[in-house]
Design a protein around this ligand. Structure first.
Ligand SMILES: [Zn+2]
Length: 227
């Protein structure tokens, strides 16, 4: 797996369309490091951890989840350290766990070819709730760099968390600017509200889940065209 270096403090992995694997973010602090999203499965996460080790980077002590969707959260059971999610994300995960049955697991695997590919060979689906739950916003002082996680309105899901690294002027947004799965058509009202939020953030670059890094201006211009 390719690991991209944005700065001495910020890294992010390549995303992959075939197995719907989003980019996983990484913030390196002097005291400890933080990851953005856990990934689609244990295999996905392990590839990310191997890429970190190759770079000599410590494994993250905390993993902040951008939203509950399987491709971002279903590797939470095997992360190093602790997972962090907003209350709504955690409720969605708990609802998924409560609804699990052989039939529902089968339906989940059949929901998209990318899921089937990720879980090929009878790989077990393991879903767990978060270790740390927040509401509103959460500041994590990693030593020399701060992770600010905050809830935001989104046309993708109702549980979006954005992750701002003020010192590095980077914002991780998960899939929040996309429409709803599986059509990806975004409701313009929450999209406009989210664009206003992003506009107000002091960030030079925006890292999303399933597309290349953008400057803030590029992202906002592209979204304006979609409206
Ligand atoms: Zn998603």
């Amino acid at each position: 797996m390719e690991l991209y270096k944005y700065s001495d403090r910020i890294y992010y992995s390549a995303y992959e369309e075939e197995r719907d694997r989003p980019a996983i973010g990484y913030i390196r602090g002097d005291k400890f490091s933080v990851a953005v999203d856990a990934g689609h499965s244990e295999d996905h996460l392990n590839e990310f951890y191997e890429a970190l080790k190759k770079e000599g980077l410590p494994l993250p002590q905390f993993t902040v989840i951008t939203h509950w969707h399987w491709d971002h959260s279903f590797a939470m059971h095997c992360i190093n350290g602790f997972s962090v999610a907003n209350r709504k994300t955690n409720e969605y995960l708990k609802d998924f766990i409560a609804a699990r049955s052989e039939e529902n697991d089968r339906m989940f695997l059949k929901s998209d070819p990318s899921v089937e590919k990720e879980y090929a060979g009878g790989k077990e689906i393991i879903v767990v709730p978060a270790d740390i739950v927040f509401e509103g916003s959460l500041n994590i002082d990693c030593g020399g760099v701060t992770v600010v996680a905050f809830e935001a309105v989104s046309p993708h899901t109702s549980d979006a968390t954005l992750i701002h690294i003020p010192e590095e002027k980077v914002l991780f947004i998960g899939d929040s600017t996309s429409g709803e799965w599986p059509t990806w058509i975004a409701d313009p009202v929450p999209l406009r509200q989210l664009m206003d939020v992003i506009e107000g953030i002091d960030a030079a670059h925006i890292i999303g889940g399933h597309w290349p890094i953008d400057s803030k201006e590029e992202l906002l211009n592209r979204l304006s065209e979609e409206l």
